[in-house]
Write a protein that binds this ligand. Structure first.
Ligand code: ADP
Length: 382
């Protein structure tokens, strides 16, 4: 167990996830240090302990990490070579550098699922566009399919649904995974935490509802409208995965439930995740507190939910670039059970995540009514 008063915890990334991690940590008397490009990023607005630097750069990560006891992440696209060096020097890196290395590459993820018999859609790896076109021509792959960049994609950027020959002009000319297009009934997510003792604890399953245009989560709901048996299966796969990769920290797993009832892993992220934001207002322990508990070798908290909850992402309007504004905030605060979490980003861009709103209500129907109220207020006042 670490001495929480003297140990230094560093986090790579000072976006919204880092900010919410800092807020949860502060309640336990812990004040993390940040590394990111600008000190006015979301976490930098609530902490002066921020170093300006690039978390994808070896030297920046190394020099930031050297005087830390524990280093963690809010994004997986970090310099893992530096993390491996820091691990050798005795800095505790959670999640471990090899886990980050596995997960930041969607190709390696898919290979890992296959080798370890975790259910996931069929796939082939490609180096470039010419290879993909060649396989299309010789019939090894066929429309429709999904192409994903192996690295650096996020929030649906780097994912291309290729329906017909007409779409093939847009194919990425970079290392990619080609997957079969899954006939999706529902998209589900589970967050699991595991500590050094090997104890795991997962959060309840949530259902993601997508905005078809932005290809981004519109809102997410707990409880998921789903048979218990499937919920248990999601949580059991999450526990098995945490054990299999020897996770210390937190892991989010996104699933597809197919129309024929098959459960497939879409992808995972070894960090706090958008799909766990409902826990901030609906569960006994939030995902951010759980992350801290897991990496500090503290007892894991109860993940039990106290209330149904809908989490609505606040995205930048699609026709506006400029200072982020929230003119609708006073109006939505009139509604009972509406809990906004604004990230403090300076600039609004189309579909950029600017915040989220948790809506809680004991009654499922009122929850949806309040969601619709919030959405229409935001729409009318933006
Ligand atoms: P990101 O990491 O950018 O969130 P994902 O891999 O989760 O990217 O893909 C984004 C979305 O695209 C998914 O949530 C899903 O709606 C759709 N999608 C991804 N892969 C497939 C697939 N194989 N079949 C059908 N839809 C898919």
């Amino acid at each position: 167990v670490i001495d929480l008063n003297t140990k230094k915890i560093g986090i790579l990334g000072a976006g919204q996830l880092g900010r919410m991690f800092a807020l949860a940590s502060a309640n336990l008397g812990i004040h993390p240090y940040f590394l990111d490009k600008q000190s006015d990023f979301p976490a930098g607005l609530i902490s002066h302990q921020i170093t300006e630097g690039d978390f994808t750069n070896y030297d920046d990560v190394l020099s930031f990490g050297l005087d830390k006891d524990i280093l963690t992440i809010e994004i997986e696209n970090v310099n893992t070579d530096a993390l491996l060096t820091l691990e050798e020097k005795g800095v505790q890196i959670y999640p471990q550098a090899n886990i980050i290395e596995l997960i930041k590459d969607k190709g390696k993820q898919k290979q890992f699922y296959k080798e370890n018999h975790f259910p996931s859609s069929k796939f082939i790896l490609y180096e470039n566009k010419i290879e993909v076109l060649k396989d299309l021509e010789n019939g090894s792959i066929y429309f429709p399919f999904v192409q994903k960049l192996r690295t650096e994609g996020y929030d649906g950027k780097g994912v291309l649904v290729v329906k017909s020959q007409a779409d093939s002009d847009q194919l990425f000319d970079k290392p990619s995974v080609i997957e079969e297009l899954v006939d999706i009934d529902k998209e589900l997510a589970v967050i699991v935490a595991r500590n050094k003792k090997g104890e795991t604890n997962s959060f309840p399953v949530v259902e993601m509802v997508f905005d078809p245009i932005a290809n981004l989560v519109d809102y997410l709901k707990y409880p998921a409208n789903l048979q218990n048996q499937i919920k248990e299966k999601c949580r059991s796969i999450a526990d098995q995965m945490a054990q299999k990769i020897d996770l210390i920290g937190i892991l989010a797993i996104e699933f597809f439930l197919t129309k024929s009832g098959e459960l497939l892993i879409n992808e995972m992220a070894p960090r706090t995740h958008n799909s766990g934001h409902f826990s901030m207002d609906a569960c006994i322990t939030s995902q951010f507190e759980q992350h801290l508990r897991a990496i500090c070798d503290l007892p894991l908290g109860s993940t039990e939910a106290n209330t149904p909850c809908i989490m609505l992402n606040i995205l930048g309007p699609n026709d506006y670039v400029g200072p982020a504004k929230y003119p609708w905030l006073p109006e939505i605060l009139k509604i009972k059970g509406v809990k906004p979490h604004i990230y403090g980003k300076k600039t609004s861009k189309p579909y950029r995540k600017l915040g989220h709103i948790n809506i809680i209500h004991q009654n499922d129907l009122s929850l949806v009514t309040n969601l619709n109220k919030v959405k229409s207020i935001i729409k009318n006042e933006t």
